[in-house]
Ligand binder design. Structure first.
Ligand code: NAD
Ligand code: LMR
Length: 338
């Protein structure tokens, strides 16, 4: 085919969208825990993302089937499955973004912190491998309790001498996704137009949606705003109870994880003004880690944005969440430094 027909074919158009003068760069994304409830639909969504050239799927169980299945989809990325600890290094080598949904989910009656004993060890092992095989990758931490697993990852990377706070993210996008959905329903505005920052952490009252900054503006009563805040904070529990022992949010989380990973890839590729909320190392409050809006760029975090103006109700929520969030952060640091 002539060069002209190549550059004007439909697939070339998709690959080049948003990049006027150069081809979309090669980007490897690795999913750790790829065969799980989140891992499978998230891997599917990453396979559909034209920014991904190589998709590495790693899990300790069932990877070959998931990888074979996803690899038949006729999109850009080449899919490889990695099934055992011995293959983890290969899965990670050359990764630009590593997404971690590995670990156990909640059952009704449990808090996210009840997952600490199992998931802390899983995350520790995976982060040691990341430090060894792809120390420059952007790490998207999904495994709970995020308020502790992100500090664990930071300490593991510090120990290995590879820590770069710009490259470590706790994925709190699902809180934003929920806040947008619930707000749109109450405010009767088109959900696709809604924006709501969610700050703090990712558990119970540490999740603080800032509905006073929500757009499009709506005149909601204090009672409605309190109910919306509570529903966002309890969104995970709502799903855990509905699933009645069969796990926690997987499909909405896969969607949220795919949005966040896509934002990371866009940032790496130099797309301007990519902003998402994330739980990162922060000086926005006195806490060492905090979720707020973050500008993403070629090195990961370009800028951690401030909180903006808060309502009295939100100011109160912010002060209330700090002790719990700090204690979860310290628990993670203690585990990793022992
Ligand atoms: P799941 O049990 O369905 O899947 C977890 C997967 O991790 C399994 O396939 C398992 O084999 C794999 N795994 C376990 N140890 C591993 C290791 N050492 N290396 C690689 N893979 C390993 O659970 P799920 O529903 O997918 O949830 C996964 C985690 O995500 C849980 O901790 C859950 O609480 C968390 N989560 C976070 C958010 C968030 O908003 N950040 C949302 C939903 C769930
Ligand atoms: C969520 O918010 O859905 C996740 O953190 C999973 C959970 O345990 O609630």
């Amino acid at each position: 085919r002539s060069i002209k027909s190549l550059t004007t074919s439909p697939s070339a158009h998709i690959l080049r969208r948003g990049y006027a003068s150069e081809a979309v760069p090669q980007r490897k994304v690795t999913v750790l825990g790829a065969a799980g409830g989140i891992g499978q639909p998230l891997s599917l969504l990453m396979k559909l993302n034209p920014l991904v050239s190589n998709l590495a799927l790693y899990d300790i169980a069932n990877t070959p089937g998931v990888a074979a299945d996803i690899s038949h989809i006729n999109t850009r990325s080449e899919v490889v499955g990695y099934a055992s600890d011995a293959e983890l290094g290969k899965a990670l080598e050359g990764a630009d973004v590593v997404i971690i949904p590995a670990g156990v989910p909640r059952k009704p009656g449990m808090t996210r912190d009840d997952l600490f004993n199992i998931n802390a060890g899983i995350v520790k092992g995976l982060c040691e491998a990341i430090a060894k095989h792809c120390p420059k990758a952007l790490v998207n931490m999904i495994s709970n309790p995020v308020n502790s697993t992100v500090p664990i990852a930071a300490e593991i990377f510090k120990k290995a001498g590879t820590y770069d706070p710009k490259r470590l993210f706790g994925v709190t996008t699902l809180d934003v996704v929920r806040a947008k959905t619930f707000y749109a329903g109450k405010a009767m505005v088109p959900v696709a137009e809604v924006n709501v920052p969610v700050v703090g952490g990712h558990a119970g009252i540490t999740i603080l949606p800032l509905f006073s900054q929500a757009t499009p503006k709506a005149n909601l009563s204090d009672e409605e705003l309190t109910a919306l805040t509570k529903r966002t904070q309890d969104g995970g529990t709502e799903v855990v109870e509905a699933k009645a022992g069969k796990g926690s949010a997987t499909l909405s989380m896969a969607y949220a994880g795919a949005i966040f990973a896509d934002a990371c890839l866009k940032g790496l590729n130099g797309v301007p003004d990519v902003i998402e909320c994330s739980f990162v190392q922060s000086t926005v409050t006195e806490l060492p880690f905090f979720a707020s809006r973050v500008r993403l760029g070629k090195n990961g975090v370009e800028e951690v944005l401030g909180l903006g103006s808060l309502s009295d109700y939100e100011k109160e929520g912010l002060e209330k969440l700090k002790p719990e969030l700090l204690s979860s952060i310290e628990k993670g640091i203690k585990f990793a430094t022992q």
